[in-house]
Design a protein around this ligand. Structure first.
Ligand code: SF4
Length: 62
């Protein structure tokens, strides 16, 4: 399980510093989640930190 960022990403960068396991990085045109690193925030937050801050709701659970 992991989360994924869609093409709707506006490259705002709000999610990157919120991830407790540093799974998010800036890609070429959108931010990208390393699905081998993402832990769905289990053990860190009640809801995924990136989803909570994304202003355009472009992050979904894979
Ligand atoms: Fe990081 Fe949590 Fe988002 Fe996964 S769900 S990328 S662990 S902030």
């Amino acid at each position: 399980m992991a989360h994924r960022i869609t093409d709707e990403c506006t490259y705002c960068g709000a999610c990157e510093p919120e991830c407790p396991v540093s799974a998010i990085s800036a890609g070429d045109s959108i931010y990208v989640i390393d699905e081998n690193v993402c832990v769905d925030c289990i053990g860190y937050h009640d809801e995924p930190a990136c989803v909570a801050v994304c202003p355009v709701d472009c992050i979904f659970k894979v």
